[in-house]
Ligand binder design. Structure first.
Ligand code: PA5
Length: 432
C-alpha cells in the first residue's frame, strides 16, 4: 500500500466504539458506489478510469504533447475549477513550483480561471515573441471565465499564425455537445474527450489533466499506474485494510462532533496547489443542502507564522489532515559554522529533511494538545506514481464521505446562483 493513514494522534478524540458505530454506514456507502445506485450515479466513470481509459486517446495525448514540446515555447492552458486544478497540482508537486524557471524547455501557464484583465494581460505578455499553443479545457464548453480568455487568446493566435493557428489549438471538452465542441469541429482543432460520466472535479485522470501533465514532461503512464494501484487496493469495505474508507469515516465522525472545518496541511510548499485541488474537490462535492465540512489548506511551516495562532488557540471547530511526504524530492545538510553567530550549530550535520520532520512532529503535538484532532496521511515520496495513487484515494474518499454525509457528491447546484446574477447584470439574453 502506498499511502498509509496514521491515527495515533486521534486517540484522545475518537474511540474504537465510534469507528464501529459508523462502519455499517461506510459499508452501505461502498455498496451504493459499487452498485451505482446512489445520488449522482451517472457520474461514476472516474472509478474505473485508471484501468478502462481510452487507450487510443491516451496515445494521441502523448503525440500531441510531443508536438507541442517540439513546436512551442509556451503552452497556455485555459480552464477553471476541475478543468485546471488537478493538472496544475500534479505538475507543481512533481516538477516543483518553479518548473517554468528551472526547466530550459517549454513553459506552461494557466488562465481562464478568473475574469481579471490584469492576470490575462500578464499571460499575453509572457507569450509575446514566443511560439505558443493553447489547450482550452471546458466540459460544458460555455464557462464564462474560460470562454472569455480563450476568445482573447484565440484572436491573438489567429493574428499571429493565420491558418496555422488551427494546428496550435487543442480542445478538451464533451464528446459531442457544447459550443466548444461545435467550434472545434468547424475550425478543425484537435479534440480530446471528457467522458459523459466524469464530472469536472473528478476529471484529473482524463485528458483534462493528462495533456497538460504530458506537455510538462510528467510520466503519465506512471500517474495512471499509481491510480490503478489505488483502485485495486482500495476496493474493499474492510476498515482495517482500507485507509481511504477510514479517512472518510473519521472526517464524518469529527464533523458530527462539531469539527466543521478540515485543514489540509503539508510541510512541502509543492503541495500548495494540491491543497487548492482538494478544496475544490471536497468543497464542491460536500457543501450542499446546508451540510458539509469546510475545506481549508495551509503550507507549513510557512503558515505557522500566519494561521498557526488560530489553529493553536482560536475557535475549536477545526481538525487537520496532515499530508506527510516521508522522502522529499531533495535534501540539504546544515554545515558547521565555527563562529556560530546565528546560533544554529545545534543543527550542524543534520539533514533539513529531519529538521522539517521535527517541526511537523512538534506542531502535531502542540495542535493536538490545543484541542485540534490531527489525522496523518503518510505518502512515501513525491513522484508521479504516488500522486496518481493520492488523487484516486481522495476522489474515492470524497464519494464515500459524501454518501456518509447524505449528499450527492457529484453535482454542484450551488454554483449557478452567482452566474445568474452576473449574467443579469451583464444583460445576457434570457437573464434579464
Ligand atoms: O467540478 C466541476 O464540475 C466544476 O468545478 C467545473 O470543473 C468547472 O466549473 C468548469 O466547468 P467546465 O469544464 O464546464 O468549464
Amino acid at each position: 500500500m502506498s499511502l498509509a493513514l496514521n491515527t495515533k494522534h486521534l486517540s484522545s478524540f475518537i474511540n474504537e466504539e465510534e469507528y464501529k458505530a459508523i462502519y455499517p454506514q461506510v459499508e452501505a456507502a461502498h455498496k451504493t458506489l459499487e452498485a451505482k445506485n446512489g445520488p449522482g450515479s451517472d457520474f461514476l466513470g472516474w472509478m474505473y478510469l485508471p484501468r478502462d481509459y481510452d487507450k487510443e486517446e491516451f496515445e494521441r495525448i502523448k503525440a500531441a504533447a510531443a508536438k507541442i514540446r517540439e513546436d512551442s515555447d509556451v503552452l497556455v492552458v485555459a480552464g477553471i475549477g476541475g478543468s485546471y486544478l488537478g493538472a496544475r497540482a500534479v505538475i507543481e508537486a512533481v516538477k516543483g513550483m518553479y518548473h517554468n524557471e528551472l526547466d530550459n524547455g517549454l513553459k506552461i501557464y494557466f488562465c481562464g480561471n478568473s475574469i481579471s484583465p490584469t492576470y490575462l494581460n500578464d499571460i499575453i505578455t509572457l507569450c509575446k515573441g514566443k511560439r505558443f499553443s493553447i489547450n482550452v479545457i471546458s466540459k460544458s464548453g460555455t464557462t464564462t471565465e474560460t470562454s472569455l480568455a480563450f476568445r482573447v487568446l484565440r484572436g491573438m493566435m489567429e493574428r499571429r499564425y493565420g491558418k496555422e493557428a488551427a494546428e496550435r489549438i487543442y480542445c478538451t471538452t464533451d464528446r459531442a455537445r457544447g459550443t466548444l465542441k461545435s467550434l472545434a469541429d468547424r475550425e478543425g482543432w484537435q479534440t480530446f474527450v471528457i467522458p459523459d460520466d466524469v464530472g469536472g472535479r473528478y476529471s484529473v485522470l482524463t485528458a483534462v489533466g493528462l495533456l497538460p501533465m504530458a506537455v510538462a514532461g510528467i510520466d503519465i503512464d506512471a500517474v495512471l499506474a499509481g491510480a490503478q494501484k489505488a483502485m485495486t487496493e482500495l476496493d474493499n469495505d474492510d476498515f482495517s485494510h482500507n485507509p481511504c474508507y477510514r479517512y472518510a469515516a473519521l472526517r464524518n465522525i469529527l464533523l458530527r462532533r462539531g469539527k466543521a472545518i478540515e485543514i489540509y496541511a503539508s510541510y512541502e510548499p509543492r503541495f500548495t496547489q494540491m491543497g487548492e485541488w482538494l478544496k475544490q474537490l471536497y468543497g464542491e462535492s460536500e457543501g450542499k443542502d446546508g451540510k458539509g465540512l469546510f475545506p481549508a489548506s495551509v503550507a507549513f511551516t510557512t503558515d505557522l507564522h500566519s494561521m498557526g495562532q488560530f489553529i493553536q488557540d482560536g475557535s475549536r471547530n477545526l481538525f487537520e489532515t496532515v499530508i506527510d511526504f516521508i522522502s522529499p524530492a531533495a535534501d540539504l545538510t546544515v554545515e558547521e559554522d565555527p563562529e556560530n553567530l546565528d546560533g544554529l550549530n545545534f543543527l550542524s550535520g543534520m539533514a533539513m529533511r529531519q529538521i522539517n520532520r521535527r517541526a511537523m512532529q512538534g506542531t502535531i503535538l502542540a495542535h493536538t494538545r490545543g484541542g485540534v484532532p490531527n489525522l496523518v496521511l503518510e505518502v512515501p515520496a513525491i513522484n508521479e506514481e504516488e500522486y496518481g495513487y493520492m488523487v484516486y484515494f481522495f476522489m474515492l474518499a470524497c464519494g464515500i464521505s459524501g454518501y456518509l454525509l447524505g449528499v450527492n457528491p457529484f453535482d454542484q447546484p450551488g454554483v449557478e446562483a452567482y452566474k445568474k446574477n452576473m449574467f443579469a447584470l451583464l444583460g445576457k439574453p434570457g437573464y434579464e
